[in-house]
Design a binder for this molecule. Structure first.
Ligand SMILES: [Fe+2]
Ligand SMILES: [Fe+2]
Length: 294
């Protein structure tokens, strides 16, 4: 039986909870105005509900969520986010990594750890990088969410996570597991510099040296597929999913999630991907099917 992994991202939970003026005396004010002017017309809880219902009907073995549950890092957004994660599944069946909107200000890392900790801890309780072994998979979670200046949406993994990642990927390869790396920011993107992963080149050097089988990300709110170099001529697919909550026609791509079916064994993995998206007619349907392994 193949193992099925579902991937969704960029939840941007709406509506925004009421914000006290004190909480807005920070970078939050720009995000708050942006939400009131634009984003609240894009991200819709009913759209998210339709996407999640379709995803759950597929009965995946595991669900990966690659960040941006929150919007401007208000403490109440983390309680609402916990409700969303609990409705998806139990912490041992849902793996989460944070995005730039989740680590909006320094204090947000504490809010996220308190509310969402069980969804972003490894089997040994460790975090970033964390590892969860599920069937033939090793799910490696990285955090690229860092507080930034206003109008910046960059991400950074940092030397400590990147230093730990290489030896970890080696160990998981020796265990003959299918290595799935989760991070919010794309390693390869055409987005402007203020939205990029600042140490993407360092991340790709680690992958080039130590390898991985699949990299999943969000952040650009687009359906994306790039192959990055692995060791010995291997090509590692890095796949991005659109926002799961954006109204059809209102964001860069229609709201969607991806399903991966992984089968086979080390040296002969088979992994195919199906994208399911919600169209303007209110129907969720398969919009893409792709074999990712040679
Ligand atoms: Fe996002
Ligand atoms: Fe993001």
């Amino acid at each position: 039986m193949p193992f099925t992994l579902a991937h969704l991202s960029d939840i941007h939970l709406a509506p925004l909870p009421p914000a006290h003026v004190v909480a807005l005396c920070s970078k939050r004010i720009t995000g708050y105005l942006n939400w009131q002017r634009k984003r609240r017309f894009v991200h819709d809880p009913a759209v998210l509900g339709t996407i999640v219902a379709d995803l759950k009907a597929q009965a995946p073995d595991h669900i990966a969520v690659t960040g941006d549950i929150a919007n401007i890092g208000l403490e109440a957004e983390y309680a609402a986010g916990r409700g969303f994660l609990d409705a998806l599944g139990k912490p041992d069946t849902v793996s989460f990594v944070p995005g730039n909107h989740d680590i909006y200000l320094v204090e947000c890392a504490r809010f996220a750890a308190r509310a969402w900790g069980p969804f972003m801890a490894g089997d040994g309780g460790e975090t970033f990088p964390y590892v969860r072994r599920r069937g033939p998979l090793a799910i490696v979670g990285l955090s690229s969410g860092v507080p930034t200046a206003p109008f910046q949406a960059t991400g950074e993994l940092g030397v400590s996570q990147l230093g730990a990642l290489g030896p970890l990927l080696n160990r998981l390869r020796d265990e003959k597991l299918f290595r799935v790396v989760l991070l919010h920011h794309p390693p390869v993107s055409e987005a402007p510099a203020y939205k990029r992963l600042t140490d993407a080149a360092d991340f790709m050097r680690v992958i080039a040296e130590h390898g991985a089988d699949l990299i999943l990300h969000g952040h650009d709110h687009r359906d994306m597929l790039n192959y990055i170099d692995g060791p010995d001529g291997a090509r590692v697919p890095a796949v991005g999913v659109p926002s799961a909550s954006a109204r059809p026609g209102m964001d860069k791509d229609d709201p969607a999630y991806h399903l991966y079916r992984i089968d086979g064994e080390a040296g002969a993995w088979r992994c195919d991907m199906v994208a399911r998206a919600l169209g303007e007619d209110g129907m969720v349907r398969e919009v893409k099917r792709e074999m990712l392994t040679p």
